[in-house]
Design a protein around this ligand. Structure first.
Ligand SMILES: Nc1ncnc2c1ncn2[C@@H]1O[C@H](COP(=O)(O)OP(=O)(O)OP(=O)(O)O)[C@@H](O)[C@H]1O
Ligand SMILES: [Mg+2]
Length: 290
């Protein structure tokens, strides 16, 4: 618990991670509470995915501590569905069996509920190959949801979607997170997305957070209100400036949903192929917040 009584789901202290001679993360401190939405921006190659992998227990820190609540789930840029399994089986794949007397229902029931929550009720028996990109990503969200995560890690989950589908997916994630209240860590290159979704936005650069600011805008934050709200535009301007993207003098900053393709893609998305994380391979030294 924090001093103000909120449950801490992620606690990172003095985290350092190097690959060979290259230090990627150097002294990261981070705390994310249940129900808090934290967005992480930063130039390509600064270690955003590495930080998520450390939180997921897929990498070991070289120094410092990483503590999380026990149930951590990751959604990646690509949905990573098993093509030979139907949609429902993809959602429930690897779910632990409910214990006797559990009130949570069978895996199947939970999978059906999760699909309904992401707007895919009735598509349980569909094959992944018959889904659109946006639908496939919603299946990936349902697969995360059904695990009832206390910590939800999102690594550029909307980056491969077209602009309109992306806005719809953002709305869905905002709604699901408000309902289920995990601690969320979203990695994105899209400043508008970060400002629209997050309670806090940080910029990672040179191994450390160079910005960590609260976004105190009223919710729900529709795409158009987030685009026109002066406070949102100010956050946007300052974050873009920290990312080295400044508008020519005298020119207004145009939100990314008003241009195509999105203007804030500071770097191309990463194409690394990490396995889906359900933390079966948690390192033994990985800490869990009780
Ligand atoms: N397993 C690994 N072995 C060696 N180097 C690695 C490994 N994983 C990441 N790196 C390096 O660490 C740095 C940070 O990588 P990371 O994928 O975390 O960046 P990122 O901020 O997520 O970038 P992007 O925005 O392009 O996705 C990069 O230089 C990358 O090459
Ligand atoms: Mg990355």
């Amino acid at each position: 618990m924090t001093r103000d009584g909120h449950e801490v789901a992620v606690r990172v202290r003095g985290l350092r991670k190097a690959f060979g001679a290259k230090t990627v993360l150097d002294g990261i401190d981070l705390e994310v509470r249940r129900g808090e939405f934290f967005a992480l921006l930063g130039p390509s190659g600064t270690g955003k995915t590495t930080l998520l992998r450390l939180l997921a227990g897929l990498e070991r820190p070289d120094a410092g501590t990483v503590l999380t609540a026990p149930r951590v789930t990751t959604v990646y840029q690509e949905p990573r569905l098993v093509v030979a399994r139907r949609v429902l089986a993809n959602v429930t794949l690897g779910l632990p069996r409910p214990t006797r007397g559990s009130s949570r229902g069978s895996s199947r029931d939970r999978g059906v509920r999760a699909l309904a929550e992401v707007g895919l009720g009735g598509r349980e028996r569909a094959w992944p190959a018959t889904l659109s990109g946006g639908e496939a990503q919603r299946v990936a969200l349902a697969r995360a949801l059904v695990r009832d995560p206390q910590v939800l890690l999102l690594d550029e989950p909307f980056a491969a979607l077209d602009a309109l589908t992306r806005l719809q997916a953002q709305d869905l994630v905002a709604e699901l997170c408000a309902r289920h209240r995990p601690a969320v860590v979203l990695v994105t290159h899209d400043v508008d997305e970060a400002v629209r979704l997050a309670d806090r936005v940080a910029v990672l650069d040179g191994g450390a957070f160079v910005v960590d600011r609260a976004i105190e805008l009223p919710r729900p934050r529709g795409a158009s209100s987030a685009a026109s709200d002066p406070a949102a535009l100010e956050h946007r301007r300052e974050l873009l400036a920290r990312l080295g993207v400044s508008p020519p003098s005298g020119q207004a900053v145009v939100p990314s949903d008003q241009v195509a393709p999105p203007s804030d893609q500071v770097a191309p998305p990463s194409d690394r192929d990490d396995p889906p994380s359900d933390r079966a391979d948690l390192p033994a030294d990985r800490g869990v917040i009780a």
